[in-house]
Ligand binder design. Structure first.
Ligand code: BGC
Length: 755
């Protein structure tokens, strides 16, 4: 199809009709011109394809599909390849089911543990989120299925999600909230982007031209279409001009008519309409040219894949006395409703109708020496004495007690935020009581977001399983018994208590105003700067083996911000089991004129090592690894100086570190005025060339270096120096007794600026 010539043949009404959906999941056709309707469907940890009675809240059944580990879990793999494989599996399902675009990944930043959709999001860290998002994008699109990177942008809460206004400063957006989108677009070449429901700094994302056109297309080179989140459109005409191409779902024709009327009334340029149509048809065609409904969808094979990948995502948080792995022949009591009915995905639009669910008890079928007790119920938070007694009894008779706990569905979901970080009371009580009966108590958690663990001292081992997809039970068994050596790492900090979280004071907003007041200090960027103790830090996770780091080396001791720096480190498996280690590289600016985090993740690699084996891991760092967003330049900027290069097991466990000196090639232009203070002027050689004599005379006139004892006792030279530093240039006029007039000073400033 020659898209431009097809558009030329279309009436304005036909064009406008293409800018909104036919129904919940389909775009409109224009049969006269051979333009078909295509289908989009939710994901991205599986395919949620609905047919007839479409709704988007997960109430109506969708077709049977396979649920892979959800984003909270897959992020814990710290493994780009895991995300790529999930993407490929979902892409195959979409091809098989004639779905052109899978509506994911959701890449918003985990600003608070309370966000109801955290289970769909990757991380509190923008680099990790960006790398993983880009990998799943590449995986899905390798099957010629489009993605929709969502929810663009700054949509980190569910509270009043369709009206709230995220107030976020420019630097924070660039450094924290944009990078995952930026990378998915620039490196992943995402076919579509979904704008969010919320407003950003006063304007709905769905009609935010700066966001959807200037940034997304102008700067990042996005060439696909922007689709609205379902129902996110406020002013459709404004939206078309802003760069919102496709409104979903259907608008019942009303917005199509508004678009037509606006063009006729001269309020909207028809070229904007043409452009949106062209983008939509381009993406349709990209899919249609490569549609392969004969692609096999082997659900059983995908189930096995889901199990393998879920095991890669589990994070071993604690393992005292090597209580894990469970050895063969040991009697175990498996306790908890989730051992039979696992929680493995979250509620809302990403909910998959699984063709099969594998619980831990399913996976243990046929294993000798396993007893089961339910322990708690999920319909109530209140402890049930009978259930607890039964669990305690089972635990007493076993060598080890494994409690499968976590958050019930009602605790976290799309559409609302949590109000606290606690686990249900009945589970906390159960863990306490079981651990009194059996000192080898192991807790496995299935939850989408961090929880407080007041019971942590009761458990010898803890595994964070997150929401691991439909085969989570099999994966749990593999890790518990050591068939898989745990290798997940926390993609987010676990604070001791909710109140420690940096967004705690303002999260959720006042009415519709949600000020992201902690700025760039999200997650570990805050905890590390504050030196605040956390329950488990970002990047943390144990293994059944141990790893040693050595030989950290850099390709250069000093570079410019245009150079690349290569960092290498040797990693050795010093334990007895084969296993995977996640090598994390952090960069920190030792001294900076802007507030910066102590360290920021700028590289990670997951490697497999046999016992005794050593591998060299190499990272390449470019300008972005050292830069912050400069709001004067509106660009990335590296301040000259010394940077720490740290190799860590987590943000709190730095194994090796060294320094590199980086020099900036960009000068930040400064323009002085008579209101400029001496402190700033004195940093500028060209200003000092003209001002040195003047400063001396100011010092003299203020008695600087005076011999009078009384004067020096009352005010030291240092104090005087400091006072002068913060004086504006214009004060010279008054302090010099009229020797320098305001006009003379103005002329001096002009001369400095022109020098
Ligand atoms: C969600 C999106 C989802 C869409 C379609 C919205 O409510 O925010 O993530 O893709 O519905 O189901």
């Amino acid at each position: 199809m020659d898209i431009k010539s097809v558009i030329a043949q279309m009436t304005l009404e036909e064009k406008a009709s293409l800018l909104s959906g036919l129904d919940f999941w389909h775009t409109k056709p224009v049969e006269r011109l051979g333009i078909p309707s295509v289908m989009v469907s939710d994901g991205p940890h599986g395919l949620r394809k609905q047919d007839d009675q479409a709704d988007h809240l997960g109430v109506n059944e969708s077709i049977k599909a396979v649920c892979m580990p959800t984003a909270c879990a897959s992020a814990a793999s710290f493994d780009r390849d895991v995300l790529r494989q999930i993407g490929e599996a979902v892409g195959d399902a979409c091809q098989h089911e004639r779905v052109a675009v899978n509506l994911g990944p959701a890449v918003n930043i985990k600003r608070s543990p309370l966000c109801g959709r955290n289970f769909e999001y990757f991380s509190e860290d923008p680099y990790l989120a960006a790398e993983l998002a880009t990998s799943i994008v590449k995986g899905i699109q390798s099957r010629n299925i489009g993605v929709s990177v969502k929810h663009f942008a700054a949509n980190s809460q569910e509270n009043r999600r369709m009206s709230s206004d995220s107030i976020v400063d420019e630097r924070t957006l660039r450094e924290i909230y944009y990078p995952a989108f930026e990378s998915a677009v620039k490196d992943g070449r995402a076919w579509t982007v979904m704008c969010s429901y919320n407003r950003l700094n006063g304007e709905y994302a769905s009609q935010h031209r700066q966001l959807l056109t200037d940034l997304l297309r102008g700067e990042w080179g996005f060439d696909g279409y922007v689709v609205s989140d379902w129902g996110a459109v406020s002013d459709r005409v404004k939206g078309v001009h802003a760069g919102l191409d496709l409104e979903m779902p259907a608008s019942g024709g009303t917005n199509d008519k508004r678009v037509v009327d606006a063009v006729r009334a001269g309020q909207l340029d028809e070229k904007d309409v043409d452009l949106a149509v062209e983008r939509i048809l381009t993406i349709h065609q990209r899919y249609l040219d490569n549609a392969r409904p004969d692609t096999p969808w082997d659900m059983e094979a995908q189930h096995q894949l889901s199990r393998r990948l879920a095991a890669e995502c589990m994070v071993l948080l604690k393992n005292e006395d090597g209580v894990l792995p469970i050895r063969s022949g040991e009697k175990i009591a498996v306790i908890g409703k989730f051992a039979r009915e696992p929680r493995f995905q979250g509620g809302g639009s990403s909910h998959i109708n699984c063709f099969r669910i594998e619980s831990l008890m399913d996976a243990l079928e046929g294993t000798e020496g396993v007893a089961y007790a339910q322990g708690y119920d999920i319909v109530t938070e209140e402890p049930d004495e009978a259930l607890i007694a039964e669990a305690v009894e089972a635990a007493r008779k076993a060598d080890k007690a494994v409690i499968i706990a976590g958050l019930p569905d009602a605790f976290e979901s799309e559409g609302y935020d949590r109000t606290h970080m606690r686990m249900p009371k009945c589970q906390v009580e159960l863990i306490r009581r079981v651990s009194q009966a059996n000192e080898n108590t192991i807790v496995v958690l299935y939850n989408g977001s961090p929880v407080e663990m007041p019971w942590i001292g009761c458990a010898k081992a803890v595994i964070e399983g997150y929401l691991g997809g439909q085969a989570v039970g099999g994966a749990t068994k593999d890790v518990l018994f050591g068939d898989v050596n745990p290798c997940g790492r926390l993609p987010e900090s676990f604070p001791h208590q909710l109140e420690d979280n940096p967004s705690y004071l303002t999260y959720g907003g006042e009415g519709d105003v949600a000020v992201y007041s902690e700025g760039v200090f999200v997650g570990y960027r805050y905890y590390d700067r504050k030196k605040m103790d956390v329950l488990f830090p970002f990047g943390y996770g144990l293994s059944y083996t141990t790893f040693a780091y050595s030989n950290l080396r850099l390709s250069a001791q000093s570079i410019t911000d245009q150079d690349e720096l290569t960092v290498s480190v040797d990693v050795t498996n010093t334990g007895a089991a084969a296993g995977k280690e996640v090598v994390q590289l952090y960069v920190g600016d030792r001294e900076s004129t802007v507030f910066r985090p102590v360290r920021e993740l700028k590289g990670f690699e997951k490697i497999f090592l046999e016992p005794g084996e050593t591998k060299t891991v190499t990272f390449t760092l470019g300008k972005r690894a050292f830069a912050y967003w400069n709001v004067q330049l509106h660009d990335w900027h590296v301040e000259s100086g010394v940077f720490a290069i740290e190799i860590g097991r987590s943000s709190r466990d730095i194994a090796l570190s060294c320094e590199v000196s980086v020099s900036s090639t960009t000068e930040i232009p400064v323009r002085f005025t008579v209101d400029s203070i001496f402190d700033d002027l004195m940093k500028s050689p060209k200003a000092m060339a003209k001002l040195a004599p003047l400063i001396d005379s100011v010092k003299r006139s203020m008695g600087f270096g005076g011999e009078s004892e009384a004067a020096s006792a009352a005010i030291s030279n240092e104090m005087m120096e400091a006072m002068i530093r913060y004086m504006p240039l214009r004060t010279v006029g008054s302090f010099s007794g009229g020797a320098m007039s305001y006009d003379q000073l103005s002329a001096l400033v002009d001369a400095i600026n022109e020098a």
